[in-house]
Write a protein that binds this ligand. Sequence first.
Ligand SMILES: NC(=O)c1ccc[n+]([C@@H]2O[C@H](COP(=O)([O-])OP(=O)(O)OC[C@H]3O[C@@H](n4cnc5c(N)ncnc54)[C@H](OP(=O)(O)O)[C@@H]3O)[C@@H](O)[C@H]2O)c1
Length: 316
Amino acid sequence: MNIQRIALVGGSGFVGRHLARHLHNRGYMCRIVSRRPHRLHEMGSIVEGVAADPFDRTQLTAAFGGCDAVINLVGILNSGGKQRSFRRVHVDLVENLVAAAHDAGVTRLLHMSALNADQSSGSSQYLRTKGEGENRAHTLGRPSIAVTSLRPSVIFGPDDGFLNRFATLLKIPGPMPLACPDAVLAPVYIGDVVCAFGNALEDRTTFGRRYDLCGPHSYTLRQLVEFIAAHTGHHKWIVGMPDWASRLQAAVLQYAPGKPFTPDNYQSLRTPSVCKQDGLAALGVEATSLENAGARILCGEGHLARLSRLRRLNQR
Ligand SMILES: NC(=O)c1ccc[n+]([C@@H]2O[C@H](COP(=O)([O-])OP(=O)(O)OC[C@H]3O[C@@H](n4cnc5c(N)ncnc54)[C@H](OP(=O)(O)O)[C@@H]3O)[C@@H](O)[C@H]2O)c1
């Protein structure tokens, strides 16, 4: 397999931007297929941005023209109406994407799923539909498209929605109420995730396989928030909420702007997000610890915040 040009669908987001830079450094040409390619301007010339509606097979087929591989990174944590339902984004879109890949003559697909994605589980709709989408990618891809799925736990990195979200919440004065404090997660570093994609891309032994990706250690959500608090200098009282209060908080916050926490998020957190097999090692990647990379990321954030405070003081 000789891959040169890769189309990344959903590549304008957190993982996509890191992955495009990583693949560019490995010598691949990356085309980000996005509904809003203008958002990619700060990536400069390292990627080609192409506008396409991922639900439109004709547009997607045209966007895949001349590409040897496709990477699907589209995913949502919260649904919103018929146009943004979990089923539409995680299943219908995959069916359309695989059909367009067939039409365009693409023979390789890396599919981003999620740890615990399982269409038969009684878990959240997020995990059920991610599981269904993953299965569809593998069955519909046959026989001409070689499919590999990557299934990470929560991913952390400099501009993630995890460490940074809690770092922001910790700035709110007063004790911090924490839903699902005993939920277990094994955060995996974005640098390791993109390396896993890069290593899998042309490796025939990965064809048809699925890899769970986790960091080297697992933590409760309370331990993670305490870690973030310690590294951002927010020494505050973190109040773990009992199960009934966590459910109540989800029931209320699903109606807040941006849906910060929903009953479906609550359901996802009930399944421990820890790996049974070490997919990173299988893909030749040594897992980076949160203590190492996470501390650097959070201290960097604190450093930047201090710099901007100093600048504001100087401007007075
Ligand atoms: N981040 C994590 O911790 C984590 C953990 C496990 C699995 N994952 C999976 O990894 C993938 C990438 O995650 P991410 O953190 O990079 O997400 P992200 O930053 O939210 O980006 C996801 C991309 O999906 C596209 N998208 C979003 N809603 C859409 C919709 N309604 N219709 C069509 N496209 C839509 C967007 O692309 P455009 O706007 O450019 O079209 C967006 O850039 C997802 O599949 C996610 O489920 C992430």
